[in-house]
Design a protein around this ligand. Structure first.
Ligand code: 6PG
Length: 479
């Protein structure tokens, strides 16, 4: 053994900085897989918490950053588990003088991908390696197997790969981690994952609302129905979570707890970023935007309560016997179809960013690593992966050989669902935005000839003629 090898021996193989709930869970997960782990936190009492959670002796806590860094074998591999934004910059500033060329830092928060691109480029100049890593799955996922989306230098990924593969979730399609691409690719994909999460959650909320108000189903009846759905093609983690939520009773009142939850949705920003980026890249994501607006509108509670006294919904509407008998089945299909459309938009956005930033992201791989561990994991991800494996340059998921016929078959139920919602005055922003996306995308003719004519009429913005494409952009006097 060389002296250098001797010095490395016994040192921690992996470091985790920031022992909040997620940091603790990930550090314990790494330790469970036989790696010697060093953890850092300003609050040493958190190390005691971790002992109580069963941290092995191979996991050691440090309250001094210098000692934590010195305890790690080289190249150092340090996972940052701090809140996205200024805290990441501050940790990087503190770590930088303590690190040596070739050391690797993994930012595992929900960071803005442009920050990640900048940070990675700056550290590269200094000989340090920076990975922007999306991690999904909440506390449970972090502890027992998240879906991991790392972006950054390939050589850095190669160094952390054994650890990430050990701790990631596993599905029938393999381990739920892959090198997403360079610089900000991993954080971008995680952001879109969250955008899809917003839309998927909103679709489930709309489903609940339609069946609750349309059919008068109770929380328990809904949970029973959703449990049946969850045995079939609609199976997903978010549906399973919905069932769990609907079954929970409030200990004090005995009522379904969900009925006692105030209808004002919060958010931390990743859904908003998804929509902002989609506007910059010119990629429509109306289902995700609809979900974001739905959260924003929900938070205007006082205004809505006041408005409900002035603006009234339809009166005297009721469902026909046919609608009563079939609504649940129609909504099931509408939900599936709208989810396909949501994923189609998210995938398209990733494809556009991958082209723009030359990331070379494999959409099939993204579907594969989302199959387990993450919040949007669902049975649907299997046909989705297969579609992109078969045709990596598929322009839109809705065109996949395996999904297009399903959408065609489900569209009538989807339309009936929308008709019922409209008649009853139940807002279904994501169901309807998704259907409009589907209908627009499948239309060879859209009314934007009128838009172009208007633009030319009031602002001489010019237009192209269908009958004379060779004439290029022309202007007419519309008066
Ligand atoms: C995950 C989640 C996680 C979190 C998001 C969304 O993949 O584990 O997406 O990152 O739930 O931050 O949170 P908001 O709904 O508060 O925006």
């Amino acid at each position: 053994m060389t002296t250098a090898q001797g010095a490395q021996q016994g040192r921690a193989q992996f470091g985790v900085a920031g022992m909040g709930v997620m940091g603790q869970s990930l550090a314990l997960n790494v330790a469970d897989h036989g790696f010697r782990v060093a953890v850092w936190d300003r609050h040493p009492e958190r190390f005691d918490e971790m002992r109580q959670k069963g941290a092995p002796d191979s996991l050691k806590g440090y309250a001094a950053l210098e000692e934590f860094v010195a305890a790690l074998e080289r190249p150092r591999r340090i996972m940052l588990m701090v809140t996205a934004g200024a805290a990441v910059d501050s940790m990087m500033e503190r770590l930088e003088p303590l690190l040596q060329p070739g050391d690797i830092v993994l930012d595992c928060g929900n960071s803005w991908f442009q920050d990640t691109r900048k940070r990675e480029a700056e550290w590269k100049q200094k000989g340090l390696l920076f990975l922007g890593v999306g991690v999904s799955g909440g506390e449970e996922g972090a502890r027992y197997g998240p879906s991991i989306m790392p972006g950054g230098p390939a050589e850095a990924y190669a160094q952390v790969r054994p650890v990430l593969e050990a701790i990631a979730a596993k599905s029938e399609a393999g381990v739920c981690v892959t090198h997403v691409g360079p610089d900000g690719a991993g954080h971008f994909v995680k952001m879109v994952h969250n955008g899809i999460e917003y839309a998927d959650m909103q679709l489930l909320a709309e489903t609940y609302d339609l069946l609750r108000h349309g059919l008068g189903l109770s929380a328990d009846q809904l949970a029973d129905l959703f449990s049946q759905w969850n045995q079939g093609i609609a199976e997903s983690f978010l549906l399973e979570t919905t069932i769990k939520v609907l079954r929970k009773k409030d200990a004090e009142t005995g009522k379904p707890l969900v009925d006692l939850v105030l209808d004002k949705a919060g958010q931390k920003g990743t859904g908003k970023w998804t929509v902002q980026v989609s506007l910059d890249l010119g990629v429509p994501v109306p289902s995700i935007a609809g979900a974001l607006d739905a959260r924003n509108l929900s938070s205007m509670k006082d205004e809505r309560v006041a408005a409900s006294r002035v603006l009234h919904g339809p009166k005297g509407e009721s469902l026909s016997a046919d609608e009563k008998a079939n609504l649940a089945a129609w909504v099931h299909d509408a939900l599936y179809a709208a989810r396909v459309v949501t994923y189609a938009q998210g995938m398209r956005l990733i494809q556009a960013a991958s082209n723009e930033y030359k990331w070379n992201v494999s959409l099939a791989e993204m579907a594969r690593i989302w199959r387990a561990g993450c919040i949007i994991r669902a049975k649907l991800l299997t046909p989705l992966r297969e579609a992109f494996e078969k045709k990596p340059d598929l322009p839109n998921l809705m065109l996949a050989d395996s999904l297009a016929p399903v959408l065609e078959k489900m569209a009538p139920s989807w339309r009936r669902t929308m008709a019922v919602a409209t008649r009853l005055g139940i807002p279904v922003p994501v169901f309807s935005a998704s259907l409009a996306y589907f209908d627009s995308y499948r239309s060879p003719e859209l009314p934007q000839n009128l838009t172009q004519a208007q633009r030319d009429a009031f602002g001489a913005h010019t237009y192209q003629r269908r009958d004379r494409p060779e004439a290029g952009f022309v202007h007419s006097d519309w008066s």
